[in-house]
Ligand binder design. Structure first.
Ligand code: AHR
Length: 505
């Protein structure tokens, strides 16, 4: 058995966790909205047409914030088409996904849905085909109390009270040539800064996210960020990052190491923010909104065959396997290990489209990646401790030697709980970890949840939704103030340690 050592100290705090790092994303894309969260004709629909089975799973995930309505979709979106009486809403061409959007579900329905789900809204404005004026009109519609054209329009539509949306994305992936209205860094810096300033004049305390890079591999990465930050530093709060990974070469060792790239990406973006902060002699920090992240590749080939200009096609319907769940667990650990800079993160997406939740006409089920996300959002609360991991290494084609163990410790002092999240990526051997509990005197193991499977390609389906599920069967103990735990080869682990009076609860 391999051995690893974890070192933490109660006072060695990295950062409080912003709960919004467990956010998600609903785009008008494929069956995310239609048949995902909204299907009035379904036996599962509530009085507003929202699917109750999906809603129950979203609530289980405790999603604090949901980004909407895109994604690439937003860069052609006319929000006015999505409000008012449904029978008067026009169907529109969606260039981003080459489909037809019916607009039968829109802005107000999404705000209602989010409220029911217990989530805040992260709204994106269209800076692809539109600009400052339309963003301002949308803000007036959503947040202004009344007595003006667009706020009164909202009231006529049955929403007397403003939606009071606090977090706004200034466009989407504007660095990507695939984006409708794609811009150069300086073109985007200009329009994003103008839009941010104008939006702030109406509502000064908004949280504004400027587009960063669509992945760490974009040719403009680095100069894009510094150009946008130099122009917009005072007007924005966050810069975004997007990152997806795939396993196209069927090289599991390299695939599982992809969070090494995410780690570097976050470190670099934080450095770019700080470079501009120094250059401009500013006091405030710009933080990171990792507002799209996940595994995405399974559906790429089948999507090439889809018919165009239809409504709600089965698009981006990745069926996630066990190794995807392991990488998602590792990506969550990486996000937490950067909790001092990553303040928002959205797993992309939430339902049916590269999602933890899938639906059919007969029900909803949890994909493999549902579980690490669930555990992180449920137990990953409080503060992240600087977690020193002395891990064995393994060789990968893509990244050379990398640690086989990812780990982070979270102190949820309010609940008297210390939670250790860990992924053992070793494809052959178990790893025994030890952790000196130092100031956590008296803490014992309350629960050690594991998710393991012999077959890295195992999936959950509607017929067999329980193929890959977590169990509270981990082997761990505290003796002499030291935690010893066996992390199975290929496993996701959540070790919950608690004060004696709360163990066994
Ligand atoms: O999440 C799917 C797509 O990925 C989004 O629309 C886009 O922003 C990104 O390229």
């Amino acid at each position: 058995m391999k051995k690893a050592k974890i070192i933490i100290d109660k006072d060695f705090i990295l950062s409080a966790i912003d709960p919004r790092v467990y956010g998600s994303f609903i785009e008008h894309l494929g069956r995310a909205v239609y048949e995902g969260i909204y299907q009035p004709e379904s036996p599962f629909a509530d009085e507003q047409g929202f699917r109750k089975d999906t809603m129950a799973l979203v609530k289980e995930l405790q999603v604090p914030i949901v980004r909407y309505p895109g994604g690439n979709f937003v860069s052609g979106f006319c929000w006015e088409d999505s409000v008012g009486p449904k029978e008067k809403r026009p169907a529109r061409v969606d260039l981003a996904w080459q489909v037809v959007e019916s607009n039968q579900f829109g802005l107000n329905e999404f705000c209602d849905w989010s409220k029911k789900a217990g989530s805040d809204v992260m709204m994106a404005v269209n800076l692809g085909t539109r600009g400052v004026a339309e963003a301002l009109n949308l803000l007036e519609y959503c947040n202004f109390k009344g007595g003006t054209k667009f706020s009164d329009m909202r009231r006529e539509h049955g929403y007397e009270q403003p939606h009071n949306i606090r977090t706004w994305c200034l466009g989407n992936e504007m660095d990507g040539p695939w984006q409708t209205g794609h811009k150069t860094a300086s073109e985007y810096a200009r329009i994003a800064t103008e839009t941010a300033r104008a939006m702030r004049s109406m509502d000064p305390d908004l949280e504004l996210v400027a587009c960063g890079s669509s992945s760490s591999h974009m040719p403009t990465f680095g100069t894009w960020e510094t150009t946008v930050l130099e122009e917009g530093y005072d007007a924005i709060n966050y810069i975004s990052m997007h990152q997806y990974y795939g396993n196209r070469e069927d090289d599991s060792a390299s695939f599982l190491a992809n969070n090494v790239d995410l780690d570097e990406f976050i470190t670099n973006v934080a450095a770019q923010c700080d470079y501009v902060k120094g250059k401009l002699h500013r006091k405030k920090n710009i933080n990171i909104s990792l507002d799209e992240w996940n595994v995405w590749y399974h559906s790429n080939e089948q999507d090439k065959k889809l018919e165009k200009w239809v409504q709600k096609p089965h698009q981006l319907e990745d069926v996630y396997n066990f190794e995807d769940a392991l990488l998602v667990g590792s990506m969550l650990i990486t996000i937490l290990r950067h909790a001092d800079r990553v303040k928002m993160a959205c797993m992309a997406q939430l339902v049916n489209v590269i999602a933890p939740i899938m639906t059919s006409d007969t029900g909803a089920w949890r994909q493999t990646i549902f579980y690490p996300y669930l555990h992180a959002s449920t137990f990953g609360k409080g503060t992240v401790l600087n977690t020193l991991v002395q891990s064995p290494l393994y060789e990968t084609k893509k990244y050379g030697e990398v640690p086989s163990l990812d780990c982070v410790a979270v102190d949820h002092e309010e609940h008297g709980e210390l939670v250790v999240f860990a992924v053992n990526k070793d494809l052959q051997e178990d790893t025994e970890i030890t952790l000196d509990l130092r100031q956590y005197a008296g803490y014992g193991v309350k629960e050690h949840i594991t998710m393991c499977h012999e077959n890295l390609k195992a999936v959950n389906t509607e017929e067999n939704p329980g193929e890959v599920t977590p169990r509270a069967d981990g082997v761990s103990k505290v003796e002499g103030g030291v935690l010893t735990a066996v992390l199975k080869s290929k496993s996701w682990n959540v070790i919950r340690l608690a004060k004696p009076d709360s163990c066994g609860q």
